[in-house]
Design a protein around this ligand. Structure first.
Ligand code: ZN
Length: 703
């Protein structure tokens, strides 16, 4: 009897507690609406009451009872089915990440780790840098992607503290970050909220809208309080208006912004403007496939990390649209195929993309290519996606040149252990640029050997205040040539025409491309304009022959004596040595590379690693915000006038024959180079490599 009584008392107590919670939930909603009368009234004017589910809401609005209307609206959404395409994905490491969140520790999607800073009241200081000293922190903690980890962890464990965190984070953000309407008028059209309100940076606003939709769609029936949900709904309306009218005119940001707009329109057809948002957003996205991508499929920023991000956005938004009653423009999917083809053609043997411009090193896109191959069924995509086991490769070589992107990808196959190179003879890019024209990256036997240094940081993105940003964007962190210690400056942002067909050729036996940088050696972002003297230009040709390697011919045109520094930078995993004029990797049981000057043998060689003074050199960043020392071979010499020299970049593996350089003729005036290599197997390769113009030739004869 006693036992039963305690049960009854217990039940009664929890009933009263629940009742109290419900009452306070209602009171909080009421208080919110009383404090935001104007916003609430204009919000309720923006719903589509023709939607039958909103009859009760309409009746309450009619009476002027907005608290009742808000409650009815939240009830309606609770009972509505999940919008297809917004189901929560599964992530195996969510619980660990979410446990970090409970201690205010966050890892952003770019790998940046920090701790939420809070004021005396326990509220998050949204403008702080989270102890990271990184300008991206205040922008990216406003993306709210971390809340997906908390939601996943809640689903996996049932522990309500994750849900409490989500609710607290959202309420904190929502109640302190109203759309800065007055400031918007003052925003510089090019930059919008960047400096004034990082919480409303347009890029992050698009991303946040998507995160919110996912939360909204997946917490139906969960105890998330009404004031948070209702304020979020009102803010989502602000997000849609904001993205519709204040998005970027171009670039990868615009894609995220328009995706956010389209997804709000699809998840919330109850908004009266949702049709016009959809039409506008999907129209802009469709146009951007043409505006932002070259005919060869490359995104015009020419930074692979952004290219693949934009393409993923297109694909994902197409999936969402196709799961909804709305119609995707007929050409949308069709146009995407070419974008996948670009990614497939430049893919490294590792399955990742190249590290050009502001890219990291770990964009593993093989699964994306596999998905595209499945969708389009094209022979070449199938071939690349399956690493040569399915589909068909019909071209005469695995090498390819993307004539608009100006990227020459030379390779001997698509296997994990293939050789691969990336030679940049293209435009600078429309955003996220590095001063890296004529840079060459090389993979041997699937292993990164000659590398680009990556992007590392965005501190100092808009000025030259950060030595690290200057370094990673500067020529000094690329495999190019410094003239009198100075690197390249800005060059052509966007190609108006493809590379001339006379500047590249791919035959059955060799692949060739050449380019010239001649728009001034000024250092990073013109800060050294005063030290630039006279004229100089660098031209480079690369000839690739399977089983021989890469022959690189450099030509310097100059109106006065110069000091040259030719840079070859190695992946940090390489053990780099030098003997005489040769620099090579010496890693046991691995594919190696030998760099051998062919014509000039009077270089001063220095191996630099992890240097900060007198200038930053010898650093590599595969992951945003993480840098490690790597070895850079700096070949230096003084030249009196126009000059030309060549290099053999030779893969060193058991299966490859020894090579001897036999006959070299250089004509710097004409930019012509003739080289003969004798191979151990008894053949002689005779090459004519024209750097400035003319047709390359190669002939293989018995010795
Ligand atoms: Zn770079």
């Amino acid at each position: 009897m006693k036992y039963k009584l305690s049960m009854v008392v217990g039940t009664l107590l929890s009933f009263i507690a629940a009742g109290t919670a419900l009452a306070s939930d209602y009171q909080d909603l009421k208080e919110l609406i009383n404090n935001r009368k104007e916003q609430t009234a204009s919000f309720f004017k923006r719903l589509n009451y023709a939607d039958k589910g909103l009859t009760a809401v309409a009746a309450a609005v009619e009476k002027g009872d907005y608290v009742q209307a808000a409650e009815q609206l939240l009830n309606y959404f609770d009972g509505r089915k999940i919008t297809p395409g917004f189901q929560l994905g599964k992530s195996s490491d969510s619980v660990e990440a979410a446990d970090g969140l409970l201690k205010d520790k966050l890892t952003l999607s770019n790998g940046l780790q920090g701790v939420l800073e809070r004021n005396q009241d326990g509220n998050i200081i949204w403008n702080s840098r989270g102890g990271t000293d990184n300008v991206e922190w205040p922008c990216q903690i406003s993306r709210h992607g971390c809340l997906m980890d908390a939601m996943n962890a809640y689903r996996q464990t049932g522990k309500t503290q994750y849900l409490t965190f989500i609710q607290g984070y959202l309420w904190d953000w929502l109640s302190h970050n109203d759309l800065p309407i007055k400031e918007i008028e003052r925003f510089d059209k090019g930059k919008w909220a960047d400096n004034i309100a990082p919480q409303w940076r347009t890029l992050d606003s698009g991303i946040r809208a998507r995160a919110w939709i996912k939360l909204w769609e997946n917490w139906k029936g969960e105890p998330v309080n009404k004031k948070t949900r209702f304020l979020m709904l009102m803010s989502l309306l602000d997000h849609a208006d904001y993205l519709r009218w204040h998005h970027r005119p171009k670039g990868n940001w615009k894609i995220s912004e328009m995706r956010g707009l389209v997804e709000i329109s699809i998840a919330f057809p109850e908004f009266a403007d949702s049709n016009s948002w959809y039409e506008y957003g999907i129209g802009q996205l469709t146009e951007e496939i043409d505006n932002q991508f070259y005919p060869d499929g490359a995104q015009m920023e020419l930074a692979f990390s952004y290219d693949q991000g934009v393409v993923r956005n297109f694909w994902d938004v197409a999936d969402v649209v196709e799961s909804s009653p709305r119609k995707l423009p007929a050409s949308f999917r069709e146009k995407l195929e070419n974008l996948y083809r670009y990614m497939a053609y430049v893919i490294k043997p590792s399955g990742c993309g190249p590290m050009n411009n502001d890219s990291d090193g770990k964009d593993y896109i093989l699964p994306v290519i596999q998905r595209a191959a499945g969708q389009y069924g094209s022979d070449d995509l199938e071939y690349i996606a399956s690493r040569g086991t399915k589909g068909a490769w019909k071209a005469n070589s695995y090498s390819t040149v993307l004539p608009w992107a100006g990227q020459a990808i030379f390779r001997n196959g698509f296997a994990k252990d293939s050789d691969w190179s990336f030679f940049d003879v293209g435009p600078w890019g429309i955003g996220h640029q590095h001063n890296d024209k004529l840079h060459l990256s090389v993979v041997v036997g699937g292993r990164d050997i000659l590398v680009d240094s990556g992007r590392y940081t965005y501190n100092g993105y808009h000025d030259t205040s950060n030595i690290w940003r200057n370094y990673v964007t500067g020529s000094e962190s690329h495999n190019v040539i410094l003239i009198d210690g100075l690197g390249q400056s800005a060059s052509e942002k966007q190609a108006s025409k493809p590379l001339s067909k006379s500047d590249y050729v791919i035959t059955d036996t060799f692949a060739f491309a050449r380019g010239t940088y001649d728009t001034g050696f000024k250092g990073v972002m013109d800060k050294d304009a005063n030290t630039y003297r006279g004229n100089a230009a660098h031209s480079r040709a690369v000839m690739y022959v399977e089983r021989l390697g890469w022959v690189v011919v450099d030509h310097i045109r100059t109106d006065r004596p110069r000091k040259l520094d030719v840079l070859w930078r190695f992946h940090p995993d390489c053990r780099v040595k030098n003997t005489g004029q040769k620099v090579f990797t010496a890693d046991p049981n691995k594919a190696n590379l030998l760099i051998q000057p062919i014509s000039a043998n009077d270089w001063d060689i220095e191996l630099v690693s992890g240097r900060i003074k007198p200038s930053v050199q010898g650093w590599y960043s595969e992951t945003f915000n993480v840098k490690v020392p790597n070895t850079v071979a700096v070949y230096s010499k003084q030249v009196q006038g126009d000059t030309m020299f060549a290099w053999l970049l030779k893969p060193v593996r058991n299966d490859l024959p020894a090579i001897e350089v036999k006959n070299v003729q250089m004509d710097a005036a004409k930019g012509l180079c003739h080289i003969e290599f004798s191979q151990e197997s008894g053949y002689v390769l005779k090459m004519d490599i024209p750097v400035l113009g003319g047709v390359p030739r190669m002939e293989k004869t018995a010795e």
